[in-house]
Design a protein around this ligand. Sequence first.
Ligand SMILES: Cc1cc2nc3c(=O)[nH]c(=O)nc-3n(C[C@H](O)[C@H](O)[C@H](O)COP(=O)(O)O)c2cc1C
Length: 399
Amino acid sequence: MYPFLFHSVFARMDPERAHGLAFAAIRGAAAAPGVRSAVRLTAAPRHPELRVRALGIDFPGPFGLAAGFDKNAVGIDGLTMLGFDFVEVGTVTARPQAGNEPTRLFRLIPDRALVNRMGFNNDGSAAVAARLARRRYGRRTPYRPNAVVGVNIGKNKSVPESGAVQDYVTATERLAGHADYLVVNVSSPNTPGLRDLQAVRHLRPLLAAVRAAADLPHSPEGRGAAPAGTAARPGAPGPPARVPLLVKIAPDLADEDVDEVADLALELGLDGIIATNTTVARDGLTTAADRVAAIGAGGLSGAPLRDRALDVLRRLHARVGGPDEHGIVLVGAGGIETAEHAWERILAGATLVQGYSGFVYEGPLWPRRIHRGLAELLAASPYATLADAVGADARKAST
Ligand SMILES: Cc1cc2nc3c(=O)[nH]c(=O)nc-3n(C[C@H](O)[C@H](O)[C@H](O)COP(=O)(O)O)c2cc1C
């Protein structure tokens, strides 16, 4: 059904408009009790064996929606309803910004890929923080799952390099109290100079400042407390006492730079690394070269990213080890489309995995298909739990 809908309707529409319509439908379904119950019956994850503890959080499973789909934290409930185990919202910048001029999102259908140069279009940290607070503490609605919500932060385009640290700190001060985990995004190709912040001489002071800002109390009531006049919903998990901090890196880093980021993560006691963001490379595409050239600049995501994203993950795992060794959780992203791809990342060292482009090509039942496939792969494997499988390939290679 979805392939037909994709090719006959979505593929004929402007991709950003198609995204808007599809996302509105997901949000609408989550708000309509009858539809919601039907969707939950078919899409809710039913695989307790996929539960995983990471970053001090109990995840219902390892498969989340990567940043960029829900930039403004407006659709967490609908996305959770479809079966994503966690949703990373953002990228959110300190102040609102419109992003780049349209057209800024393109499909490369023969490659099952996307190119985007959205440029961090988002409502800004104050609006997103207020929305996250209302979601956690606002009036009860019949359906509001206790989803795990990561918040991904970035830099406003107008802020020069010299003001970058302060810009991230402002976003952190507003958002850390509302995040289950916080991601410093220094890897999007669509903000000039942003990826230069991955160089350790910039990254060290940036991450240290964000860490310090994230540890401050964020409201007069203190971190994790409900705003005045509201009460946390019964059973709702408050945010953890110390928000886990992760950094998201680009697949275009040279191998030695990947190692340097890994070493820095160890040095600073970072909680995790997300590998990877989109790539500026355009190698090995099936889409006609003149069409690729006509699209122009932007980050490429989806299937063509898979091999490099896996390589980067393997390299990180070789450097930092498993989560039990150094407490660093690796999150695999980039070109994951099937349960086999997700499983491959887990065996390579990822405790959690994320995807975005696969959702566009595979449709609303995608998270559920990944779950079912992962449960089957786990059952057929020698591992009793998902945690046992994390990094198993590397362990095998070293024995
Ligand atoms: C349209 C679009 C927008 C994105 N926006 C963001 C973003 O704002 N912040 C971010 O960290 N990553 C962003 N990403 C990157 C994804 O989170 C992910 O890292 C990347 O797409 C690789 O995963 P995939 O191959 O499964 O799509 C975006 C990706 C796409 C396709």
